[in-house]
Design a protein around this ligand. Structure first.
Ligand code: GKR
Ligand code: MG
Length: 433
């Protein structure tokens, strides 16, 4: 007779860390040399451990700590219960703007969204533990994979060769990319190293004509490869339409050219170029207006702020119902999140666009073995849980970096990082072009 596993949560460990990040440019500024992430471990009474990962800024840690305390004694299988706990965790009103958070590039900042970003870290950890306890991969707990590998796109960034002089950082071997030739060279390396065949360029950094030239250069260097450009809402409606006209024949889609659903709807009404978003549809509440106004043709989920893998599946079902495409965008993340993205993406039937991942930019990880891309795809693991193993020494090392920080890096601030190079820099709050 088999003895059933004891799924009661006996311990929860939260480890904030700082991981190296190259000087990638976006409309807000430049990535800090180290970025915060939170690693979640839940342990059952049987000693089975599950791992999760989410944003690690102070505002998330503040919620994750009381959340973790409330988890003790519950079942790792009680995934719906995570949302009940989230409702009980108070969010300090100073953390909530209710506005489109241009700085964070993650849409409207609400209390629910903060809570859901925390839920996602715990949900993934519980799924990992549950899968290990049952001997099943996470994708099986989500209903089963419909593909064995998930396609990712190369995520191209304008980039300096290194962080500003005097800033403590890790070196990277990607070189600079500040013009079309640099962007094409970066794309070549992505293709050589990982086999990616579709490319997303982070825009909103240089005047639109320079970014148009970069996309044309990519189209010429990689004929027939799907291309996207994402300025994170840095353009007016008029500029968005000019770019759409110039690049209409080479773009798979234009991502968040303008900020907010009304502006996106105006752009969508006047161009045939599909629009994708990870900024104006970031919660279930935002779907109705965006879909009824035809503002977006593809929604890019981020399982962190959508509240986890099962919510991502629900988002995909809603998109399918309305004939809107679904895929995934990313933020700076490590292997646990890549594994989680890959599991959920493997279960989504109509995934017609490659997901994007920052993972190749992260030279550091907390796993014993880095995840890999083959021909631009990540294999879906059939091992129990997520199929990853935490490297406790690395975790300790990266946590020590967080402990040693004087507080300046613990809350990601790309504008502050930019001010080191350009003291006059302010993140634009209205369309820049
Ligand atoms: O890492 O600079 C970045 C990205 O701009 C990220 O913050 C965005 O959330 O990649 C994301 C996007 O697609 O907008
Ligand atoms: Mg985006």
């Amino acid at each position: 007779m088999t003895v059933a596993a004891n799924l009661t949560i006996a311990d929860v460990r939260l480890t904030p860390i700082l991981v190296a990040d190259p000087p990638l440019l976006n409309t807000q500024g430049v990535h800090q040399p180290y970025t915060p992430r939170l690693i979640v471990e839940v342990e059952t009474a049987d000693g089975t451990t599950g791992v999760g990962e989410t944003y690690g800024d102070t505002k998330y840690l503040e919620l994750a700590r009381p959340f973790a305390a409330k988890l003790i004694g519950r079942q790792v299988s009680d995934l719906n219960g995570l949302f009940t706990i989230a409702d009980e965790v108070a969010v300090d009103s100073s953390r909530v703007s209710g506005q489109v958070d241009v700085g964070g590039l993650r849409g409207v900042q609400t209390a629910d969204k903060l809570r859901l970003s925390v839920v996602s870290g715990f949900e993934v950890a519980c799924l990992d533990a549950l899968g290990k306890a049952l001997g099943l991969p996470v994708h099986a707990l989500l209903g089963g994979k419909v593909r064995d590998a998930v396609e990712y796109s190369a995520y191209l960034f304008y980039k300096w060769a290194s962080h500003p002089e005097g800033v403590a950082c890790e070196q990277d071997d990607w070189g600079a990319a500040i013009d079309p030739a640099g962007v094409v060279e970066q794309a070549r390396r992505f293709k050589e190293r990982y086999g990616f065949t579709s490319f997303k360029l982070k825009g909103g950094v240089f005047p639109p004509e320079e970014e148009i030239a970069a996309v044309h250069a990519l189209a010429e260097a990689f004929p027939g490869h799907p291309l996207r450009l994402d300025p994170n809402g840095a353009w007016s409606v008029a500029t968005s339409l000019t770019v759409a006209k110039e690049l209409g024949d080479v773009l798979e889609y234009l991502e968040d050219p303008a900020l907010g659903t009304p502006a996106m709807a105006e752009v969508a009404a006047a161009t045939g170029v599909p629009l994708a978003t990870n900024m104006c549809v970031t919660t279930f509440a935002e779907i109705q207006e965006a879909f009824t106004r035809g503002a977006v043709q593809v929604v890019l989920s981020d399982h962190h702020y959508w509240g986890g893998l099962r919510n991502t599946q629900q988002l995909a079902a809603i998109c399918r119902t309305f004939g809107v495409g679904v895929s995934m965008h990313s933020n700076t993340h490590l292997g646990i999140s890549l594994a989680a993205m890959t599991h959920v993406a493997s279960t989504v039937p109509d995934l017609h666009h490659a997901c994007d991942s920052h993972y190749p930019w992260q030279s550091e990880d907390v796993l014993t073995e880095r995840l890999t891309f083959q021909d631009g795809k990540a294999a879906v693991s059939d091992a129990p849980g997520l199929g990853v193993e935490l490297d406790h020494d690395r975790l300790r090392f990266l946590h020590q970096r967080w402990l040693d920080d004087d507080g300046t890096l613990r809350d990601r601030d790309d504008a502050a990082a930019m001010r080191v190079a350009d003291p006059e820099w302010v993140t634009p709050t209205v369309p820049r072009w």
